[in-house]
Design a protein around this ligand. Structure first.
Ligand code: SF4
Length: 365
């Protein structure tokens, strides 16, 4: 298609939007509304930002899934970081995590009480922090999906190479494929097709979604983040339903290969191992996380300091779990825009720059 020459061409957008509407009209007589879930926080933000939901006919619904790594991190993980911060440990973290509420407080709260919380723009800054503070422990908050997991995991060989003994990782890494399995298996979640994440797919490869297509009958389209990328994905999925097809399509082939990034995969294999992981508001999904291998456990902050990252007690009124499963939209939460705003977030979905509640608050109120 010509539109690939420019990702924001108005004509191409109009063409795709028109075709989606036309095909959806043909589909309306033979199919229930189609529920398409995007499983990436950057897609969620782009869909809201570019008003894509408003372009769609009523029988093509977009749902946001658990694609924001900050949003799916358990309150218990924040509590563990808070307990370390109170022990005079330097907490190094990406900025998004600072305001995420734990059971009672956030890192921003304990920082205002004197805890040493440093914001990093790259995991490599944690190495510098550890080198500059040899008498103190530095703990890096190692969260994220496969994409972030790759650069953060390099901290282990880097610390080895530098001979650092005061740097460790508090891990809450998450894997996308087990989450997709859990969503498909959940009878309460309506999902007919996935817009698969772009960055994660660059690591795991498009073929990782083949089982959902061939064994579960769920069409999957890997899409980039530009509005035309997303429109193309929706158009392709609607066409698949119209034609009775179920296919895996890699629309983002300018970045994503079939097999993914072999270097990152080797890194995971060397230093990490699959573990059960708790997802905020969703619960434990078996083997949906990655922890540090036993031979590198000196870099595992949970083991080193004897803290648990499980569970926690998030605000019972926060409906992030239902938002993350696409069961409700953010404005269905009674606290949305009232008791919960980006200035005073109750749940992580309102904190994160990739959170559904933040996206709705900013663009779809
Ligand atoms: S609006 Fe706030 S309280 Fe409600 S689900 Fe979203 S983050 Fe949670």
């Amino acid at each position: 298609m010509k539109y690939i020459d420019g990702y924001r061409q108005g004509d191409a957008g109009k063409f795709l939007g028109k075709r989606i509407v036309e095909n959806a009209a043909l589909l309306a007589d033979k199919h229930e509304p189609i529920y398409i879930m995007e499983v990436c926080g950057s897609h969620t933000m782009a869909i809201s930002r570019f008003g894509i939901r408003d372009l769609l006919p009523p029988n093509v619904k977009l749902l946001s899934g658990p694609g924001c790594p900050v949003c799916v991190t358990d309150a218990g993980y924040i509590d563990a970081a808070l307990s370390l911060a109170r022990k005079d440990v330097i907490i190094a973290t990406f900025g998004d995590m600072v305001r995420v509420p734990g059971s009672k407080k956030s890192l921003a709260d304990v920082r205002s009480e004197g805890a040493d919380v440093r914001i990093c723009y790259s995991p490599a800054q944690a190495i510098t922090l550890a080198q500059e503070n040899p008498e103190r422990e530095v703990v890096f908050m190692a969260i994220g999906f496969e994409t972030t997991m790759a650069p953060v995991t390099t901290l282990i060989p880097s610390a080895e190479a530098c001979g650092l003994t005061n740097l460790s990782l508090l891990t809450a890494f998450k894997l996308v494929p087990p989450a997709l399995n859990a969503l498909i298996a959940d009878a309460e979640v309506k999902v007919d097709a996935f817009i698969c994440p772009a960055h994660v797919s660059a690591i795991i490869g498009a073929e990782a979604y083949r089982p959902y297509v061939e064994e579960r009958g769920v069409p999957c389209v890997v899409c980039g983040f530009e509005p035309l990328d997303i429109l193309y994905g929706i158009d392709n999925i609607v066409s698949q339903f119209l034609n009775g097809e179920c296919a895996l399509v890699n629309q983002y082939s300018r970045v994503v290969t079939d097999a993914g990034n072999a270097t990152a995969q080797k890194l995971f294999e060397t230093f990490l191992t699959p573990v059960d992981a708790g997802w905020r508001g969703i619960g434990v999904i078996p083997m949906s996380g990655m922890g540090i291998r036993e031979q590198y456990e000196k870099y595992d902050a949970a083991k080193r300091f004897g803290v648990s990252t499980d569970g926690g007690s998030p605000d019972p009124g926060c409906m992030c779990g239902d938002v993350l499963k696409g069961k409700i939209i953010p404005s269905d939460c009674p606290m949305f825009g009232d008791a919960c705003t980006p200035q005073n977030p109750v749940g992580p979905c309102m904190v994160s720059s990739e959170g559904s509640c933040a996206a709705y608050f900013k663009y779809e109120r």
